[in-house]
Design a protein around this ligand. Sequence first.
Ligand SMILES: Cc1cc2nc3c(=O)[nH]c(=O)nc-3n(C[C@H](O)[C@H](O)[C@H](O)COP(=O)(O)O)c2cc1C
Length: 414
Amino acid sequence: MSKFNVLFKVTGSIAAYKSAYIISRLVQSGCNVKVVASESALKFIGTATLEGLSGNPVYTDSFAPAQVMSHIHLAQWADVTIVAPATANTINKFTNGISDSLLTSLFLAHDWSKPYLIAPAMNSKMYSHPATQLSLSKLKSWGVTILPTEVGYLACGDVGEGKMLNPDLIFDEVMKAYASKNKSVTKKIILITYGGTAEDIDGVRFISNMSTGKTGAAIAEELFLGGNEITTLRARNSFETKFNVESKVFSSFEDYRVKIEKLLAEKHFDVIIHLAALSDYSPAFLEKDNNTFPLPLQSKLASDSDNIKIMFKKNVKVINSLKRLSKNPNVIVIGFKLTNQVEESDIPNIIKKMFADSDIDYAVHNDLSSRTFSDEQTNFTVYDKVLNTTKCVSVLDLAKEIDKIMEIKNDIVH
Ligand SMILES: Cc1cc2nc3c(=O)[nH]c(=O)nc-3n(C[C@H](O)[C@H](O)[C@H](O)COP(=O)(O)O)c2cc1C
C-alpha cells in the first residue's frame, strides 16, 4: 500500500484505550503513525502501549529536549491528523486558539490543505453543553471533520450521546479522508473483479484454481487511496480489501455471471479491471458404475468406486461481453492473462489472440513464475491494443500505470 503519515492525537478520555486498536490497524495497513498525547491522556493509556504500537516515540511536551520544534514539524509531516478520543476540554480550547501544550499548538500550526478529524468522546451533558456544541460547529466551519458520536453506555453509568464512534469506523474515516485529499476531477468509478471460481461437486468438494485475490485486493486499495470510487466483485475466501469499499462475493462461474450482469446493468462504471480467475469449464455430469448423475450432487459422493469420471461443459467468455452488458458503453476494460511455462517469445501472440477474442482495451500479462512465496504477484506487463508495452515490477507500480491509463482516456474523452 502507498504509505502515508497519520498524526494521531489522544486526549484524556476513558475511551483513550480504544486509540490503541485504531493505531494498530493503521500501522498494519501500512501507515506511518506518530502519536501526540495530552498529559491527561497518559493517565488513561501508557506511553509504552502507544510507542510500541506506533513504532515511534510519543510526543507530549513542547519543550522536550531535541523536540522543541515538534509543534511545527509534526504538522508538516502529517498527511492526515486525527484526535481520537477528543475531550470537551481540548475541543473548547481549539476554538479559543489556546496553545498551552504541544497538542493544542499543533492545531494552530495545522496546514488546512490537509485533513483534520476529531472523534469526540464525553459524557452526554458535556457533549450537549452549548460551549461544546458551539465549538464543534465552529470547528466544522473551519474545515475540521467532526465525526459523529454514538448513543450508548458511558463510563459514568449514563446511557446517552457522546460515546466515541466505533474504532473500525474511525479507521475507515481516516482512510476516506486521505483518499478524498487525493480526489481530483478525474476520479473514476471502478469495478475490480478478482479471486477464483469454485465449482461445486457434491456440497463439500469443489474444483477451483490458485487465485487468492491478493493482487486484486491490493490494486483496489491503491486506487481507493487515489480517491476513486471502488466496487469489488470477489471470490468467496479471497482476500478482502483493508478498506470499507462496496463489495460483492461470488462462488461458482454461474454465480459470477449472474452477479456481474446485474452489477453492470445497474451501475455506471468508468473502468472494469477484470482479474477474476473464472473456470473455462464447469463440471456437468459425473459417471459412476455406469450411471450418470448431474452435478452438483445433492449429497456427498461416497468413495466406493475405483474410478469416477467427471464431464465438464465449456463456459462462455464473460470478458467478451463486458462492454455490451455495461450501462456505460465507453467503459475501459482491462483484462488479465496469467501464463505458466510458456516461452517468452510466445507471449505477444498470446496477448494478440486475447485482444482478437475479447472486447478489451488493455491486457495485463503476468507469469506464475513471478509469484513470491507469500503469494504476491510481481512483474506485470501492460499491453495496449497495438501491443505497446509498459513493465511494472510491483502491484503498486501497476496501480500507478492504471491511473495513467485512466488519465489518458479522460483526456481523449474531454
Ligand atoms: C476518569 C475520568 C474520565 C474522563 N473522561 C472524559 C471523557 O470521556 N471526555 C472528556 O471530555 N473528559 C473526560 N474527563 C475529563 C478530562 O480528563 C479533563 O477535562 C482533562 O483536563 C482533559 O485534558 P486534555 O483535554 O488535555 O486531554 C475524564 C476525567 C476522568 C478523571
